[in-house]
Design a protein. Structure first.
Length: 421
């Protein structure tokens, strides 16, 4: 018998336990997989029923601008091809008939443009109301129509205000104001309003500096940028559970008497403990490799460059193994260990930030608290690798976690060696 015999025997025993396999693979993949499916469904778009819209355009042109009709522009906006998957627009010339069709269920929304719409836009005291008549049981479709109409009217009101302000400023400077000047001011306002609308439709406001979305570009989509850190948190959280469960084999063998028989073999006590410690580290390395691979294959996660990921994987295995072995060295029975170690792993895991990886803004005090746990250091290293940062930024947290794990191993070694001496 040698060290490797003990290592592979303990490793095989751990892999045969359903509880270890559940915490090793099943639970981490479920925790990250369910949100992935939810985000993936949202990313694929919503299946929205097309709203049938009847447009009754009764608008009449202003004598001063006979070629301009606001009603035509509003109709064209509702019938725009970008809204074709939401609105199906049909023209009508009878407001009464359009309302009856909505009541009969032959249409969902009727938009009635009054004759004085264009005139109201050019007359200071002009008033006009666009009527939206819809089935009261519907909300989404009429809401879209209402937003289009409101944005259209607001755009014209803003353009007129821009033209009036331009007129006042030029007249104050003693310059002549022509219709061409007013039209140019309205056109510039319309161009600006359109650019703002396009930006807002992408979730970006042109007046806000959002910074460099490194993480989104690295992963290819917002969905992956969320699932990647979430998967990293679950990997770290459950690795410490697996380390704790695997280390409990020492207590179980002590209770069953097999550990004492093992100590009577020619192999020294130190080598026996080394073999058992190696089994825990190898099990955690196997878990890390499998979860990184499944995360990449199933969820499309790009973990980062190979070297930072490998360094953090090793740091995770050493810190989780050392943490579990150190805790087990203070326990006397497997029952006591199961309760105490479960609580210790959960508390340190939460304090280390494994449950809050998708939170955009966390208090500085909580980020500082993360660094008082081995999980916090490992997680910080994986996050740096995910975001494609420099090797040093990803490797330093991993090295700290590995050094902490080795210190835990030394404490566990000392306690267990003294107990079984």
């Amino acid at each position: 018998m040698n060290i490797l015999t003990i290592t592979f025997k303990d490793l095989a025993d751990s892999l045969r336990k359903p509880l270890v396999l559940a915490f090793m693979l099943v639970l981490p993949l479920l925790q990250a997989g369910l949100p992935y499916l939810a985000f993936n469904g949202l990313a694929g778009g919503l299946d929205v029923q097309i709203t049938r819209v009847l447009v009754v355009d009764l608008d009449q042109p202003n004598p001063a601008y006979p070629e301009f009709r606001a009603g035509e522009l509003l109709t064209a906006m509702l019938a725009d091809e970008q809204l074709a998957n939401l609105l199906e627009v049909t023209l009508s010339d009878d407001a009464y008939a359009a309302r009856r069709m909505v009541e009969a269920g032959q249409a969902d929304v009727a938009v009635i443009i009054p004759p004085e719409l264009t005139a109201s836009l050019f007359e200071p005291e002009g008033r006009a109301a666009v009527s939206i008549y819809h089935d009261p049981t519907l909300t989404l479709g009429p809401g879209i129509v209402r937003d289009v109409v409101v944005n259209f009217l607001d755009g014209f009101a803003g353009a007129l205000i821009a033209a009036d302000l331009t007129t006042l400023q030029l007249e104050a400077l003693g310059q002549q104001v022509t219709d061409r000047t007013r039209q140019e001011a309205m056109q510039r306002y319309g161009t600006w309003a359109q650019s703002v609308g396009e930006s807002l439709s992408r979730g970006v406001h042109p007046a806000i500096d959002y910074g460099d979305p490194v993480e989104v570009h690295q992963t290819g989509s917002l969905m992956k940028a969320i699932v990647g850190p979430m998967m990293a948190g679950m990997l770290v959280f459950f690795a410490f559970f697996v380390g704790a469960f695997a280390a409990q084999s020492l207590l179980r063998e002590d209770e069953q008497g097999t550990l004492k028989r093992l100590f009577r073999t020619p192999l020294s006590r130190g080598r026996i403990l080394t073999g058992k410690f190696l089994a825990v580290v190898i099990l955690l390395l196997l878990q890390t490799v499998l979860l990184l691979g499944f995360g990449s294959l199933l969820f499309g996660i790009h973990w980062g460059a190979a070297l930072p990921v490998a360094v953090n994987g090793l740091g995770l295995a050493l810190s989780a193994a050392g943490f579990g072995i150190m805790l087990i060295s203070f326990m006397r029975t497997s029952r006591q260990a199961f309760l105490v170690m479960g609580g210790a792993v959960i508390l340190t895991g939460m304090a280390g930030g494994t449950m809050t990886t998708t939170f955009a803004s966390l208090p500085a005090a909580f980020r500082l608290l993360n660094l008082f746990t081995p999980q916090g250091w490992v997680l910080r290293g994986f996050e740096a690798a995910l975001q494609g940062r420099a090797l040093l930024e990803a490797a330093v947290p991993a090295l700290v976690a590995a050094a902490t794990g080795l210190a835990f191993l030394l404490v566990g070694w000392h306690n267990l060696n003294r107990r079984y001496s």
